[in-house]
Ligand binder design. Structure first.
Ligand code: HXC
Ligand code: NAP
Length: 264
């Protein structure tokens, strides 16, 4: 784990809800808030994964099950979290679905599936949590560089994540000054399902690697530290922003795309 500037107990007594928090990056975020003293609820579709994630986080954690595409179900789960731990101080919307496919290789339902999980899911989580929040709550959406930089075989995720970025900005305007709404855009993160899907072979992995200014993959705990920052008082004047935590991987995209046409 990176040497953290954040002090033990920073989120003592706070309540954190993480949609999509049963694996990968979002689970890492949930664990970090728990280490800093928060009570944490994580949510996914698979009950076994949810139970295991809660057990891994430890004391004062619960695993909940719902599909973020189902507004009633996600509100029910967030209400359960509020009833268990109290009003929600932090809500993270990170559930996502992805697969590589060209536009002509995806049905309308395939496109809709990813847009519904990522974008409609984030709308549902944020719209649904508003009445369950504590004063001065902080919301985080997990987006991606593909929201800004187009990537072949990713029309669904590019469109969905672009929508998430704008949803973050609109909600920051509508819900300020009491609720802060921000996004985190991770770069390629080591050992995640997302990277396994986006870079399934060595040559694709290398092409992603070549774009990273820092010349290394990111780590889950580096995303978690960013989430803690955005939800801490250190960021109390920060809202409506998308924080890139990507080792500079999005900087050279336009040029790089000319070079490596045919990525993946
Ligand atoms: C083309 C595909 C496909 C593929 C599925 N579909 N996989 N089309 N190529 N490889 C189509 C199906 O045929 C179907 O369309 C439609 O998508 C819905 O498929 P289902 O299997 O019914 O959907 P569902 O059970 O809801 O599962 C959603 C899923 C699945 C996205 C397909 O992979 C999933 O649950 N993923 C969650 C985990 C995940 O993806 N993690 C990585 C997130 S990383 P038809 O027409 O046949 O009905 C990430 C990286 C971010 O987001 C960086 C980039 C933005
Ligand atoms: P992951 O391990 O696949 O995590 C996805 C999580 O979302 C799981 O908890 C999954 O649990 C849940 N989920 C998926 N569909 C859901 C649905 N319909 N309803 C409720 N929960 C659902 O993914 P990851 O690679 O760590 O990525 C996490 C986030 O970071 C995503 O938003 C992704 O777009 C973003 N991101 C990742 C990378 C990367 O390098 N990995 C880069 C940029 C952005 P169930 O399957 O049990 O539902």
């Amino acid at each position: 784990m990176t040497q953290s500037p954040f002090k033990d107990g920073l989120f003592e007594g706070k309540v954190v809800f993480v949609a999509g928090g049963t694996s990968g990056i979002n689970l890492g975020i949930a664990k970090r808030f728990a280490e800093l003293g928060a009570k944490v609820a994580v949510l996914g579709r698979n009950p076994e994964k949810a139970a295991n994630a809660a057990a891994e986080i430890g004391h004062d954690a619960i695993g909940l099950t719902a599909d973020v595409r189902d507004y009633g179900a996600i509100v029910g789960a967030m209400t359960q979290a509020r009833d268990t731990f109290g009003p929600l101080d932090v809500v993270v919307s990170g559930a996502a679905g992805n697969f590589l496919a060209p536009v002509l290789g995806m049905s309308a339902n395939a496109f809709k599936t990813v847009v519904d999980i990522d974008l409609l899911g984030t709308f549902n989580v944020f719209r649904g949590c508003h009445g369950l929040l504590s004063p001065n709550a902080s919301l985080i959406a997990i987006t991606a560089g593909q929201a800004v930089n187009p990537m072949q075989l990713q029309a669904h995720a590019c469109a969905a994540k672009a929508g998430i970025n704008q949803l973050v900005r609109v909600l920051a305007l509508e819900w300020g000054p009491n609720v802060r709404v921000n996004g985190i855009s991770p770069g390629p993160i080591e050992g995640t399902e997302g990277m396994a899907r986006l870079a399934p072979d060595a040559s694709t992995k290398q092409k992603h690697f070549d774009r990273i200014a820092m010349k290394r993959w990111g780590f889950i705990d580096e995303i978690a530290e960013g989430a803690v920052f955005l939800c801490s008082d250190a960021a109390k004047y920060v809202t409506g922003t998308i924080l890139d935590i990507d080792g500079g991987s999005s900087l050279g995209d336009a040029t790089q795309r000319q070079i490596d046409k045919g990525l993946a």
